[in-house]
Design a protein around this ligand. Structure first.
Ligand code: HEM
Length: 233
């Protein structure tokens, strides 16, 4: 009996292909002969990969929320750090799409996308409310420790565990804003800031999203802390 052949069920000649489900995955891409433009492959791949990673963030955020409920704050911070790294990867993906010539995108946009819009991304919409999911459990964790955000910022070493979580939440927030900012710059360089999207929304509206932190109170507290320090001269 051979010890080299696949043992898993599924399509593909190897267990690698069967486990990763490579045939099914590649079936999800438009075949070359159906592409509206050779550059369309990059556009579709980028969006498909983004949906997988956004799905992963959604999953990890649920786990982080549960860990905060259980006062496992360092483990929760580690998962948010992982999510931050995924957001950084998503930002780098956007930069790859910047290599596309605007005129090529217009072929894809006017023949293949229907009325589609990034605003319809289920993965993006799920993680838009990460603030609302994490903030209440974070406040409960602070209450259990009998402390406040300003107090944590004043004495980060005394409140080391929860301070680590605060830093991870800020890192996540910043990575999400950076992703949105880089995407906005991509949209402006490919279609400009003045045109209406395929849904009739002005592209310039993306700007608002680059100014909305998920955890506004974290940033406000930094301002409060700064206000407590006056120059002595
Ligand atoms: C040619 C490249 C791209 C252009 C010109 C572009 C353009 C736009 C525009 C104009 C919007 C505004 C809303 C709307 O469409 O109704 C938008 C939203 C969005 N796009 Fe893109 N996009 C591009 C690539 C990407 C990529 C590569 C991704 C993700 C991997 C992406 C994800 C999104 C998301 C999630 C939104 C909603 C964002 C928000 O509401 O803040 N886009 N895009």
């Amino acid at each position: 009996m051979s010890h080299t052949g696949p043992i898993l069920e599924g399509r593909g000649d190897t267990d690698y292909e069967r486990y990763v489900r490579v045939p099914e995955l590649l079936d999800l891409q438009k075949p070359v002969e159906k592409l509206s433009h050779p550059e369309e492959r990059l556009f579709q791949t980028t969006h498909q990969a983004a949906e997988l990673w956004l799905h992963q963030i959604d999953y990890e955020v649920d786990r982080a929320v549960q860990l905060i409920r259980e006062d496992q704050l360092i483990f929760a911070a580690d998962l948010l750090d992982r999510c931050k790294r995924i957001l950084t990867l998503l930002r780098d993906q956007i930069v790859i799409v910047e290599t596309m010539a605007p005129v090529d995108y217009h072929v894809i946009r006017t023949t293949s996308l229907g009325r589609g819009s990034g605003q319809e991304s289920p993965g993006f919409n799920r993680i838009l409310d990460v603030g609302k999911r994490v903030w209440p459990v974070f406040e409960e964790a602070m209450a259990r420790k009998g402390t406040t955000l300003l107090e944590i910022e004043r004495n980060p070493r005394e409140h080391h565990e929860i301070f680590r979580l605060v830093q991870a939440m800020m890192d996540y927030d910043e990575a999400f804003l950076n992703w949105r900012f880089t995407h906005m710059r991509l949209a402006f360089r490919i279609i400009g800031s003045k045109v209406l999207s395929l849904k009739g929304v002005p592209a310039a509206q993306l700007d608002a999203g680059t100014r909305e932190p998920l955890f506004p109170k974290l940033w406000e507290t930094i301002s409060e802390l700064t206000a407590e320090f006056k120059p002595e001269y």
